[in-house]
Ligand binder design. Structure first.
Ligand code: XMP
Length: 514
């Protein structure tokens, strides 16, 4: 491996990506591999350190994920976390048993600060525990370096062999000094230099793209979302006008979004590239006429995107490369990297167009986590409003308008949503809420405005906090803010006479309305 790397061996724990992210936050590059990865492959990667994740199994059971003893004899430092810690002890001759009570939640841990792992950590520190099994006897050569009231071995080490076992989860933020412990491992034990920095990543990626593309032509579908925007900027910095970006305005974008994307990437913007904006709004409205069923709407929007993109690609002719905005969690979740269950159902619109004539795919963000993509974007001078853009679904407002989509309904949602976003920002809540937007219920009801009876639409406001988008809680927005948003929407958006706030969590609701 060219870069200094720590690898995470995934035993099916729910925090595998978090471990890798925390290590990268320490400026050390980290990749996730399945526990089934062959030892020869690991040796060939020559990692600076290996971290074994948690997992749902009991290591003493016959079919549980395991690794051969050889892993601990490579001379490469190993840190086992939770299941990984138990497995290390089990494989090396210690004993793991089922405890009578599960230790779960924030727990006071007493650590030995002489251990490299706990340098500069408070002697009593709060850590996140989640285990049924416990290490009842440590393996020969190890010594206990942390314990809790219920758990005799909260951490053990064999400093000579550079083997460390931690029962709790340093990667979880509830472990107050967890990042410090991981940093102690990668610097104090593995001797990393800390060369994973966004500026040098951007620089080396640009160089690598330039070498790979040569004088070839590159095509990129630009959605205006964070990933495709960052990818496009990186490509444009590398190869300038050899890059053509096609931006399809499907008429289901947020208010002014099409113009905002054009302002950044178009001819007036700061970047050197060929930018094609396709105003396909009417095409989409025509296709969506009379269609109410959510999945059918998604399908139409996705397919239409492919058709429009293909038409543009045909005009451009053969290209050498097609850009994909794949990021590292996509790689891990599609099962290539880790071992955790494939949890994310792939919502993404489209897939690869059939008729685009290209030779190879180029994925400049394949190694990056989302927060790193954002850092790379800022590094290359993308405006903050683009870099910190909220997740926006491919089918856009099409799935925020319940039932049939019409141009009139799109206008209502765009205007209501713009007001909502503006007021959330005015209240200083824009960085703290996970995802928020206005949607249009398909409901009309009677109201009164001035002296007149109205029969208008109800707008629904949604705001959720979520870690992984698989579950979510409705955000608690101060009443005054909601009230102000309601007043402004009623007064400023024609066609609306009621505003509702959706309190539903996910499950049973979803984040979007369809
Ligand atoms: P749900 O509504 O499934 O949303 O709770 C979870 C996350 O996924 C986004 N989402 C989509 N993204 N195409 C996308 O690209 C889709 O069809 C789609 N549906 C939902 C949603 O915005 C949220 O962030």
């Amino acid at each position: 491996m060219k870069r200094e790397t720590v690898i995470v061996l995934d035993f099916g724990g729910q925090y595998n990506q978090l471990v890798a992210r925390r290590v990268r936050e320490c400026n050390v590059y980290c990749e996730i591999y399945s526990y089934k990865t062959d030892i020869e492959k690991i040796k060939a990667m020559n990692p600076k350190g290996i971290i074994l994740t948690g997992g749902p199994n009991s290591c003493y059971e016959a079919d549980s994920p395991t690794y051969s003893k050889e892993l601990f004899e490579l001379g490469i430092p190993v840190l086992g976390l939770c299941y990984g810690a138990q497995l290390m002890q089990h494989v090396l001759g210690g004993k793991v048993e089922r405890a009578s009570v599960r230790e779960y939640g924030k727990t006071e841990v007493m650590v030995n600060t002489d251990s490299v792992l706990f340098q500069e950590v408070a002697p009593t520190t709060i850590c996140w525990m989640s285990h049924f099994d416990y290490i009842s006897q440590i393996a020969p050569g190890f010594e206990i370096v942390a314990h809790t009231a219920d758990c005799p071995v909260a951490a053990a080490e064999n400093a000579d062999q550079k083997l460390y076992a931690i029962q709790f989860h340093p990667e979880v933020l509830h472990t107050k000094e967890g990042t410090k412990m991981l940093s102690n491992f990668v610097y104090g034990v593995c001797g990393c230099a800390g060369d994973w920095k966004m500026d040098s990543f951007v620089e080396s990626s640009i160089k690598a793209i330039r070498e790979k593309v040569g004088d070839g032509k590159v095509l990129c579908a630009l959605s205006g979302g964070v990933d495709s925007s960052v990818a496009a900027v990186m490509l444009s910095k590398a190869i300038g006008k050899q890059l053509t970006c096609v931006f399809v305005d499907h008429g289901l974008l947020r208010k002014n979004e099409g113009d905002e994307v054009e302002a950044v990437f178009g001819p007036e913007g700061p970047y050197d590239l060929n930018f094609i904006r396709v105003n396909a709004q009417q095409r989409y409205y025509d296709k969506l006429k009379g269609v109410e069923e959510p999945e059918q709407k998604r399908k139409i929007i996705g397919e239409e995107f492919i058709r429009v993109f293909e038409e543009e690609a045909k005009k451009i002719g053969a290209v050498d490369f097609l850009v994909q905005g794949t990021i590292y969690p996509d790689v891990v979740e599609s099962g290539l990297g880790g071992e955790s269950a494939v949890i994310k159902s792939h919502h993404n619109v489209g897939g690869l167009p059939d008729y685009v004539d290209f030779k190879e795919i180029i994925e400049p963000l394949r190694d990056l986590f989302k927060d790193e993509v954002r850092k790379a974007g800022l590094e290359m001078g993308l405006p903050e409003y683009l870099v910190f853009r909220q997740p926006f679904p491919g089918p856009g407002l099409g799935i925020r308008i319940i039932g049939e989509v019409t141009e009139e309904k799109v206008r209502i949602v765009q205007d209501a949503d713009a007001i909502y976003r503006e007021e959330i920002a005015n209240a200083g809540l824009d960085k703290s809420i996970g995802q928020y937007f206005a949607g249009l219920t398909n409901m009309r009801s009677v109201g009164v405005m001035g002296d007149e009876r109205t029969y208008d639409y109800a707008v629904a406001l949604r705001a959720v906090n979520t870690v992984d988008f698989m579950t979510a809680e409705a955000a608690e927005i101060p009443y005054e803010v909601l009230n102000k948003v309601m007043n402004r929407i009623i007064n400023e958006v024609r066609g609306v006479n009621r505003v509702m706030y959706d309190l539903t969590s996910k499950p049973p609701g979803t984040i979007e309305f369809e």
